[in-house]
Write a protein that binds this ligand. Sequence first.
Ligand SMILES: *[C@@H]1O[C@H](CO)[C@@H](O)[C@H](O)[C@H]1NC(C)=O
Ligand SMILES: *[C@@H]1O[C@H](CO)[C@@H](O)[C@H](O)[C@H]1NC(C)=O
Ligand SMILES: *[C@@H]1O[C@H](CO)[C@@H](O)[C@H](O)[C@H]1NC(C)=O
Length: 408
Amino acid sequence: MQRRRLRVSSLSLMRWLLSCAIGAIALGALMAVHQCEIGCRRWGGELRWAQELAPPKLSKLPTSTQKLGGAKEVSQFKKLWKPPSRRDFVPCVEPTSSYLPRSESRGYLLVYANGGLNQMRAGICDMVAVARLINATLVVPRLDKNSFWQDSSNFSDVFDEEHFIHSLSSDVKIIKKLPKELKGTTKAIMQFRSWSGVEYYQDEISRLWDDYLVILAAKSDSRLANNKLPSDIQKLRCRAFYKALRFAPQIEALGKLLVERMRSYGPYIALHLRYEKDMLAFSGCTYGLSPAEADELARIRENISYWKVKDIDPQEQRTKGYCPLTPKEVGIFLSSLGYPSNTPVYVAAGEIYGGDSHMAELEARFPILMSKTQCGSSRAADCHPSVDHKYTIDQKQVNQGDEVLYHT
Ligand SMILES: *[C@@H]1O[C@H](CO)[C@@H](O)[C@H](O)[C@H]1NC(C)=O
Ligand SMILES: *[C@@H]1O[C@H](CO)[C@@H](O)[C@H](O)[C@H]1NC(C)=O
Ligand SMILES: *[C@@H]1O[C@H](CO)[C@@H](O)[C@H](O)[C@H]1NC(C)=O
């Protein structure tokens, strides 16, 4: 168990680091609303699964914020914002012709989603596939309220619940609540084995139906195997992710508003700056922090029982490349890529640890630096660069807005 957790944490750590890097280069990712991250690739006539970054749409050149010199500069500027090649990837979430209607339900699958919103989202899609594999009726998952962010939102606060239920109705039966008469029934409480394939669920797990009517998945992050899944199960996961799990209308609306306001400055960079307290505490990265800050992070790590790795050498972490880029490093990185200092940057993240002092150097390089606090205000006029502004974020808005920006 311990070993598996270690592996999982280093995996999620790598994923975090990747998000940071991707965040840094996710140019205009905010503009590419709901584009498929996973697609099929035509390869000698055969469709194959592969991962691909969402190709951002090329937006119009900025007018007021950008003064361009000669033709060479214009062409360089265009190159900078050019969407990456689609390399023949096409969306392929629709079921194959051999996909059958859903089967008679054998029982109920309850899911306690765990982790941050992004992890929960991926986990929920896996659980949709699991419900299909074991012929279960899925009860709308419960979201994690104990994670670092202590977000009290329910499923329907974050996602469009009706849409989720209806759009998957031919795949899996989904209900909002466990029927009353089953509330007190004995449940099979399970932590599914991570990265299991179809056989594990169809054989081992569905055997539980012989004795139980309700299976409770105590965690949702026991990911389904990525390989050797039947194509229709893989497609179902994608349908759940890209079609069924839509944000609640009020979140969608706020996301659109932020994107519009940012776009009014021209093409912009959406930066998922993962220099946040939980990330630093979890990863043990203290480079550039004061001893008091490093102490605070160590105490947080000590206090969170489900973070298994406590004793971390910050120097070693950084040397191995396991640390998020500091805001300053991100600034250097973006400048080196060629982005001029008047490029608008949207910081999609929670509160940056150390606040102003750590943001100052990034802000000096890219003064048109905005956050959801500034852009999410009810007054459009408030969406202006944070030059000479304190970099502050209302935690409530972070909880509501963070993942919106991450995903849209
Ligand atoms: C699910 O239902 C289908 C159709 O009745 C059946 O073929 C399949 O074996 C069932 N799977 C499980 C795990 O119960
Ligand atoms: C979430 O749902 C529970 C139970 O249905 C309810 O008591 C609680 O108030 C809801 N929380 C929010 C933030 O709406
Ligand atoms: C946990 O946090 C509290 C205060 O937040 C602190 O007093 C306590 O020492 C911490 N526990 C550990 C094991 O560090």
